[in-house]
Each structure stands twice: as structure tokens, then as C-alpha cells.
Design a binder for this molecule. Structure first.
Ligand code: ARG
Length: 433
């Protein structure tokens, strides 16, 4: 079945038909297509654009189809061009001639824009829930190790000691920003495009506010051309996913590093690691590697979408059909990554002894020694130089600061007194906060 056969003398070429069809990927919008159509048809009936009894027949058919979709029992017809055609065909089967009135005062251009928005609204809610769960799990991971101090790094070199809770807190902040980014995207996309029709609206007396309210939108969109050709929300959603994937990937990278023999800061439980087919000793952090690797797909989707939209003249163009390939691939990838991320953090054990060992002779208290001298009246520049010289002395003697005597300290400044050893303890108590 075609939605547009009348004007054509010949049947479409099979290859052309296959090339232009989108049913293989837009079929996953089936549920949203029904939900949108139910609101649309109720409005058509209410406005007497179609007889009320026809409207109720169509709605009944759509509800029947929707229930089948939700039960996983709806069979997609691959011979249909797209999901809109497929649902309409089913409606006509169930509601007879009345079914042919469903597409009054509508085009597939505004219909697909609506379907995508309904899909995104649901997807964003799922992602936000997952993100909130991930934040909770990170908090648990952090609290479980709340007394730990680890080296903070800059340039991947030991810099200053930090509390583990502060370290993980950085990732919690990132994920909270992600949550707010998805909420923003939701707010901006929550305008109802149906009624724009192909691009210029319709001469039927439609009630867009009714449809908008019925579907939980803030209000209808303002401009008809923009309504059918805007994909900002898809790009925004995918951008938010891309930024989130940076955060997950950075965390993954840390865990991969920390699980190496060189760091040995963490142990990932066996159930969340994999072995090697040749090297019996191997225990690989595949999950984190794959979370890191997924960013490739996600950035690919973003670049695909940006490229797709660049230079498209108003209004709808078929190029836009391709947006779903990127959108679904990104949404699926990010949800997969989030699912496993949320779980795996509770399967990481800190190796306290190795962390402590790595901090011995790392001189991360040097800043505190310089601050100590500054508080005793030296300018920071000179204090910095003295602390630096002490580091050099320690390196030469192969000693930790804590192994120096007060006499050693005094060789570099007479400002040092016994209480310098209190400053050194800071290293194992975390940063000063
Ligand atoms: N399948 C299209 C899409 O996914 C919707 C239909 C657009 N309209 C058209 N005349 N081809 O964007």
C-alpha cells in the first residue's frame, strides 16, 4: 500500500522502493505513531472535520493496534514504505472506509516530527532515571571508601592528595550536569508540531491546542515550516548523549588505568571482567574499554546528524529520514553504557595498600610545606623555592618528607618548627577541606 499512488502511471521501481523505504528502522516508532494519531483523530472528530462515529471507530482500531504493539504482538509489514503507512493500513483493515479518513489535515512531514518528539520525551525520561540511579551508585561507591585519600593528578603526575569522596564527587557533578542538560532538551523540544501538515498548515479548522494538551506538550509550535524541518531537538539530545559519553569514557579510562599492575589502585570483580583466550593470567577491564569505545558510535551519530542538516533548504527534505538511524543508534548506545556503568561501580574495590604505597615519596605535600612557610611570614615565591629544594634533597637521599628530621628542615629555613610534621599528616587525611 502506498499513501500516494494516484498521481503515478507506473508502479515504483523495486530498487527505488527499497532505497526510499524507512520501515526497517522507523518501525520502532509504531507506538508513538498510534499515540499521536489517537490524539489527532479525536481532534478531527471534536472539530467535526470527520464524523464522530468514524473518529471513534478509528480510535478504537488504533487502541487495538497500540495494545498489540505494547504486548510485542504487532507484526510489522516490511512491504510498507514506512511505519505511518503500516499503521494506516492496519487501521483501514480494522475500521474499514472510516480508516481512510485518519490522515485528514495531516502530512507525514508533521507526523514524523511528532513521532520523534514523543519518542524523545520518553527516552529522555528513561535516561534521566538511569542517570539518577548512576549518581546514587557513585555516592555509595564514594561513601564505602569515605576515609580514603588518593593522589590527585595533573598532567597524570601526582599533584596533591585528595579525598576519594571528592574525586568521585567530580563525576557526580558531571552526571548532575548531564541530568540538567537532558531536562533542558526536554523543555525546548516540548512543543507540538502536528497541524503544520506538509509545510503550510491546513485549511481545515483544526484545534492544535487540543492535540498539544492531549499529548502533554507545553503548547503547539509557532511556525509551520520550522515545525516540519526542525531537528534541533534530535541534535540537542544526541549532543547531550555525546557529552554524557565523554563523562562515562573519562571515568572508564581512569578505571582502566587504575586496574593496571602499574597503578593497582582497584580490583574489578571477576563477574565484570573478561579473560584472554591465549594468556591464562589475563583479567581485562573490557566493560570500561567498551564504555570508552562506545563514544565512537555516539560522536559518529552526532557528526552524522550535523552533516545531514547542514545546508538543507526549507522545509522538509528526505535527507531528514536518515536522522533516525543516528538517533536510535546513539540512544541505544548511551542507554547500554549507562546500564552497565550504573552496575559496575558497585563491583570496584579500592586497593588501599597500593594507593598508600604509591603516595610514599611522591612529595604531594610540597604545596602544604610552601603554604606552611608562607603562613609563617615568608612570601610564597621563596617558600615555593625552599619546598622545591627540600624535594630535591629528599630525592637525593631517597627519603619521604616524613622521614626527615627537624634538623633537615631547618637546614633550609629557620622558620620550620616541630609542627611542620602536622602539615605532613595532611597527606593521609586528604586535602584541607
Ligand atoms: N519517512 C519520513 C521520515 O522519516 C517521513 C515521511 C516524509 N514525507 C515524505 N513525503 N517523504 O522522515
Amino acid at each position: 500500500m502506498k499513501l500516494w499512488g494516484g498521481r503515478f502511471n507506473t508502479e515504483p521501481d523495486k530498487l527505488a522502493e527499497k532505497f526510499t523505504a524507512s520501515i526497517s528502522f522507523d518501525s520502532r516508532l509504531a507506538k508513538f505513531d498510534c499515540i499521536g494519531s489517537i490524539a489527532h483523530v479525536k481532534m478531527l472528530g471534536k472539530q467535526s472535520i470527520i464524523p464522530l462515529k468514524d473518529a471513534s471507530r478509528i480510535v478504537k482500531a488504533l487502541q487495538f493496534i497500540l495494545a498489540k504493539i505494547e504486548a510485542g504482538k504487532f507484526k510489522i509489514d516490511p512491504s510498507c514504505e514506512d511505519i505511518h503507512t503500516n499503521i494506516e493500513k492496519e487501521v483501514i483493515k480494522l475500521a474499514g472506509q472510516a480508516g481512510k479518513k485518519m490522515h485528514t489535515a495531516r502530512s507525514r512531514n508533521d507526523q514524523i516530527a511528532l513521532d520523534e518528539k514523543l519518542y524523545l520525551k520518553e527516552e529522555i525520561k528513561i535516561i534521566i532515571k538511569k542517570l539518577e540511579e548512576s549518581v546514587e551508585n557513585l555516592k555509595k561507591f564514594s561513601n564505602k571508601n569515605k576515609d580514603m585519600v588518593i593522589p590527585g593528578f595533573t598532567h597524570l603526575q601526582h599533584a596533591q592528595p585528595v579525598k576519594f569522596t571528592e574525586y568521585i564527587g567530580a563525576y557526580i557533578e558531571m552526571l548532575k550536569r548531564d541530568i540538567s542538560r537532558f531536562k533542558d532538551t526536554f523543555k525546548r523540544l516540548n512543543y507540538m508540531p502536528l497541524g503544520a501538515c506538509a509545510l503550510a498548515g491546513t485549511s481545515f479548522p483544526i484545534d492544535r491546542n487540543f492535540v498539544s494538551r492531549a499529548l502533554g506538550f507545553t503548547m503547539p509550535t509557532k511556525n509551520t515550516l520550522d515545525s516540519v524541518s526542525d531537528r534541533d531537538h534530535v541534535i540537542e539530545f544526541v549532543s547531550a548523549c555525546a557529552i554524557l559519553s565523554i563523562h562515562l569514557s573519562r571515568f572508564a579510562e581512569e578505571m582502566i588505568l587504575w586496574s593496571t599492575k602499574e597503578f593497582a589502585y582497584i580490583e574489578i570483580s571477576d563477574a565484570f571482567t573478561t579473560g584472554s583466550s591465549i594468556m591464562p593470567q589475563k583479567k581485562n577491564p573490557d566493560i570500561f574499554e567498551l564504555i570508552r569505545g562506545r563514544t565512537g558510535r555516539i560522536y559518529g551519530g552526532l557528526v552524522g546528524l550535523l552533516t545531514l542538516m547542514k545546508g538543507l533548504p526549507l522545509a522538509y527534505n528526505s535527507d531528514m529520514q536518515e536522522d533516525k538511524i543516528h538517533l536510535f543508534s546513539v540512544a541505544d548506545s548511551i542507554l547500554d553504557s549507562l546500564d552497565i556503568f550504573s552496575e559496575v561501580v558497585s563491583h570496584i574495590k579500592l586497593n588501599n595498600a597500593c594507593i598508600k604505597k604509591s603516595m610514599f615519596k611522591d612529595y604531594t605535600e610540597a604545596v602544604e610545606i610552601a603554604n606552611y612557610l608562607t603562613k609563617k611570614g615568608l612570601n610564597f615565591k621563596d617558600a615555593h623555592t625552599i619546598a622545591g629544594k627540600l624535594v630535591l634533597y629528599c630525592l637525593k637521599m631517597d627519603k619521604d618528607f616524613s622521614e626527615l628530621t627537624i634538623a633537615d628542615f631547618k637546614k633550609y629555613s629557620d622558620k620550620f618548627t616541630e609542627n611542620v610534621f602536622d602539615v605532613l599528616k595532611v597527606k593521609y587525611a586528604g586535602n584541607l577541606r
